[in-house]
Design a protein around this ligand. Structure first.
Ligand code: ACO
Length: 322
């Protein structure tokens, strides 16, 4: 039996940091309100010349360096993103060229905040079935480009950044289990109304911006974390203590705390970077992972649980022996 293991992690954050106090100057909000309702203190915002591919590329290079692999080793590239560089080609193809990888499949996964976990699930299955031996899975977002900076209800929530992992075939797991799901009936609770086929006109009222019914999204997110907790408990035969670190999608501190409670996970074992990065959608889990790997908090052999929830709605988990 072939398994997949994480051989390296990497991340990238734009240099430009925007604090809650900075936002106070441009919209009717306050640092206190944002911290109380979301736990967010600051976010990184991409410069004009930074793109989803440029950030994803840097994160991938760092993950490949940690894994000790080169371009010739890579036989699959998957990018989870809701903010691709272009309508086509896929951001994964742009990164593939820049990495100097030749001939591997390279594609994007559109699953909003669950994009990375979707990509990890796919790459794991590719490796398990012999379709690839070394894959790069990236989550990268320039959400600042689809945020309405005049809407205090959404603008305060999001940030830009990228994270990546190198997955490699191994004799022992690795990825212990993964599950991905979707329920399209909630499309309009969290979406960008415009697009190619429905028409793309940024001058139209509302523009091409994230629209969200915050309270409803909050309730669905918490309920869905409950479902994910149950699936995880079933995988573990009830042995939740086997999880060393819970790394949830970094949407909002209140959602993270509610999710931890469902999993009966003490906050000391929960990784939260939302205060520093805000919600970076598909990038949030690999970005948080890389930070705690490089800081030494997460060590080889630790068991990690990733859990994501996002627009679609989509959601998914991966349990990983690091
Ligand atoms: N600053 C100050 N006041 C604000 C702000 C702001 N930035 N935004 C809203 N308000 C006001 C509202 O206008 C409202 O005022 P009113 O009572 O006079 O009408 C009041 O604050 C309360 O508004 P609510 O929307 O009820 O505030 P709530 O406590 O629900 O917090 C929030 C809003 C933070 C968006 C919350 O609903 C939430 O976290 N939702 C989940 C959304 C999320 O995380 N989405 C990310 C994408 S999905 C994902 O990644 C999982």
């Amino acid at each position: 039996m072939t398994y997949a293991r994480i051989a390296g992690t990497g991340s990238y954050l734009p240099e430009n940091v925007v604090t809650n106090h900075d936002l106070e100057k441009t919209m009717d909000t306050s640092d206190e309100w944002i911290r109380e309702r979301t736990g967010i203190k600051r976010r990184h915002i991409a410069a004009d010349d930074e793109t989803t591919s440029s950030m994803g590329l840097e994160a991938a290079r760092r993950a490949m360096e940690m894994a000790g692999v080169g371009a010739d080793d890579i036989d699959l590239i998957v990018v989870g993103t809701a903010t691709p560089d272009k309508i086509f080609p896929a951001t994964a193809c742009i990164i593939q060229r820049q990495l100097g990888v030749k001939g591997s499949p390279a594609f994007d996964v559109s699953a909003a905040c669950s994009g990375f976990v979707y990509g990890l699930d796919l790459a794991n299955r590719y490796i398990q079935t012999g379709g690839a031996r070394t894959a790069v899975v990236i989550g990268s977002e320039t959400l600042s480009r689809i945020v309405d900076w005049s809407d205090r209800g959404t603008a305060i929530l999001f940030g830009d950044g990228a994270g990546a992992v190198v997955l490699q075939a191994a004799d022992e797991p690795g990825i212990l289990s993964s599950h991905i799901h979707a329920d399209g009936q909630y499309e309009t609770l969290l979406h960008v109304e415009q697009g190619v086929s429905v028409g793309f006109d940024v001058t139209k009222a509302g523009g091409a911006f994230v629209k969200m019914e915050g309270n409803a999204v909050f309730r669905r997110a918490v309920a869905t974390f409950d479902l994910m907790a149950r699936e995880t408990v079933a995988d573990l035969d009830g042995h939740l203590d086997d999880i060393d670190w819970f790394i949830p999608h970094q949407a909002n501190m209140r959602i993270i705390k509610a999710a931890a409670k469902k999993l009966e996970m003490p906050m000391e074992r929960v990784i939260a970077t939302v205060d520093e990065h805000a919600n970076t959608s598909g990038a949030s889990i690999p970005l948080a992972l890389d930070q705690v790997v490089r800081s030494g908090k997460v060590k080889r052999g630790d068991v990690l649980l990733f859990a994501a929830f996002g627009g679609g709605f989509t959601w998914g988990t991966a349990m990983v022996k690091f």
